[in-house]
Design a binder for this molecule. Structure first.
Ligand SMILES: [Zn+2]
Length: 301
């Protein structure tokens, strides 16, 4: 169950802290590459911003000393990704990165341009959830960044943020959700339910816990599938091996753990590759195998 009590406005501030840790790993100016192709679908990862997750934001049943072993100098390599799907002549984004919410502007727009995709070319944006590092890029100076795009998000996600905006007008993240809804108006399509296919070949899977309507998308084409797994993982080096560990951004940690394990189990059993919004760019997609009490991620080229 989810209650509004699990929302914590200070998390928005914590989120800022996480991306402020500078990373110099990625020198490439437009970090993007095609990660998956099947049937008429092609998926490209776009790194909106590089970054690292500090060990200090994680908690769980593992003793601190043991947890620290999964980090290098107290940090795990991460980043903020969005994904571009080309299918049937349509341009679809999964999440929209940070926009100008953080001190370093996100690179999504310029990277799309480098791929020949203009803002008005984007037909749909499907959201895994509505944290600021995933919706910031929907807005440009409080107006819509993608003039013709239709925005799709799960019902519990949208409703919970709207409810929070009413309950706590000072909540920065909820205020940003309201701004997105105002900017896109009737192009905010009716929210989908888990199990729905918001677009042909794209199924919305229940992955709640990180947020009240957190969604993993399963893309299927030509007999193959890919999971775009949103924020089931914040520190890849830690949470595949120790999936009971949670970042402070998980609004309902117990439920986030259940969802994380369910998604890993599905990926491992069915052999479906998994891609994530906070996976390091070099490891943006890979396969999952059971390994002891946890799982092991193996990068795909
Ligand atoms: Zn996130």
């Amino acid at each position: 169950m989810f209650s509004l009590r699990t929302f914590r406005p200070h998390r928005a501030v914590a989120l800022l802290a996480c991306v402020l840790i500078p990373s110099f790993v990625f020198a490439q100016e437009t970090p993007r590459r095609e990660i998956w192709k099947a049937g008429d679908m092609s998926v490209t990862v776009i790194q909106d911003l590089p970054g690292e997750m500090p060990v200090s934001i994680f908690s769980g049943p593992t003793p601190g000393e043991e947890r620290a072993k999964y980090f290098t100098d107290g940090k795990a390599e991460a980043g903020i990704n969005a994904f571009l799907l080309r299918v049937g002549g349509k341009i679809v984004l999964f999440d929209a990165g940070t926009g100008t919410l953080f001190p370093s502007p996100g690179k999504l727009a310029e990277t799309l341009a480098s791929l020949g995709v203009k803002p008005e070319d984007v037909d749909f944006v499907l959201l895994t959830h509505m944290h600021m590092d995933h919706i910031g890029g929907l807005l440009k100076e409080e107006k819509r960044a993608f003039p013709k795009a239709k925005i799709m998000v799960s019902k519990p996600e949208l409703e919970s943020w709207i409810a929070l905006a009413e309950k706590d007008p000072s909540n920065v993240n909820a205020g940003k959700v309201k701004a997105v809804v105002a900017a896109y108006g009737s192009d905010m399509l009716p929210p989908f339910a888990f199990g729905d296919t918001p677009l042909p070949g794209v199924t919305a899977l229940d992955a709640v816990g990180h947020t009240p309507g957190h969604t993993v998308f399963q893309l299927t084409a030509g007999g193959k599938s890919l999971l775009i797994a949103g924020d089931v993982i914040h520190a890849m080096s830690l949470q595949f091996a120790l999936p009971d560990e949670c970042a402070s951004y998980d609004m309902d940690p117990a439920q986030a753990v259940i969802s994380r394990k369910r998604i890993f189990e599905m990926a491992a059993q069915k052999g479906i590759p998994i891609a994530g919004m906070h996976f390091p760019f070099a490891n943006a997609v890979g396969t999952v195998k059971k390994d002891g009490k946890g799982w092991k991620f193996e990068r795909m080229e």
